[in-house]
Design a binder for this molecule. Sequence first.
Ligand code: UDP
Ligand code: MG
Length: 313
Amino acid sequence: MIKPYLSVVVPVYNEADNLENLYSRLISVLDKYGKSYEIILINDGSRDTTEAILNDLYQRRPDHIRVVHFNGNFGQHMAIIAGFERVRGDIIITLDADLQNPPEEIPKLVEAIETGHDYVGSIRKNRQDTWFRRQASRLNNLIRARITGIVMTDQGCMLRAYKRHVIDAVVASRESSIYIPALAYSYASHPIEIEVEHHARAAGESKYSLYKLLRLNFDLMTGFSLVPLQLFTIFGIVVSLLSTLFVVYLFFRRIFIGPEAEGMFTLFAIVYFLFGVTLMGLGIVGEYIGRIYKDVRQRPFFIVRETKEKEIS
Ligand code: UDP
Ligand code: MG
């Protein structure tokens, strides 16, 4: 293998039906493009025939393909980190294995880097998702931009390109739960977003449930900002002030009017509401503590069982 200019990093989890197609499209785009390249495929503990197929792809193109097999399923972002730790190129591109991100868009991303940007995000043109899912994303973007200051029109699209120094910084930040595009964005000095095509999944099924997406967003909020905690503190202060006034008011009523039992259910409603808010606050604090817990534990984030690659010669 010669030292590559481009490094393409692809996380792979149970994608047996997509790999052949992904391989041939990637190879044909990159061969035509004419720059030296490597493709790093990380097998995130797949249970189907992915492993055998990846090994076969390596045999076919040992000068371009590198394969990393994990010891289990550590998640898409950890798979990408394992790829980032190994990249040899100057420009790094990430891409999903399911062909939702067409490899044909890679030259466009590379050109944006070459005109001086160190981070190229992407916006899915005519995104192939339901209306409800798109609205959920819009709301999510609004909240995230407000709370974390990370401006990202389309956080779900993984077809992105980065300059090497940004990726080195991402690798150096040893955090247990990370969202790579956001972290990279925070290290970039000239970010840009461009439009790319988006297709429905070629084969197999999505590995993301609504629950996983929700978790990802908790990680984003707590990983990049203390605003949720601060909002909560402010809310607590306001409620304390109001209830102090209320207590004074009730005290005078007790003295001048005497004992009363009206409006009891209104009071119940208020108490239940505040109880709910308190539980939520406990949850927010818990999110931060969970993060700290994971990070102080310092377990390895993933375990590599085997790699198939050639050294640079
Ligand atoms: N993936 C992974 N590990 C996982 C889940 C997903 O490496 O635990 C890979 C998957 O093979 C694909 C990419 O991450 O290449 C995106 O996954 P998916 O297409 O399921 O997500 P979606 O497009 O539905 O958001
Ligand atoms: Mg997908």
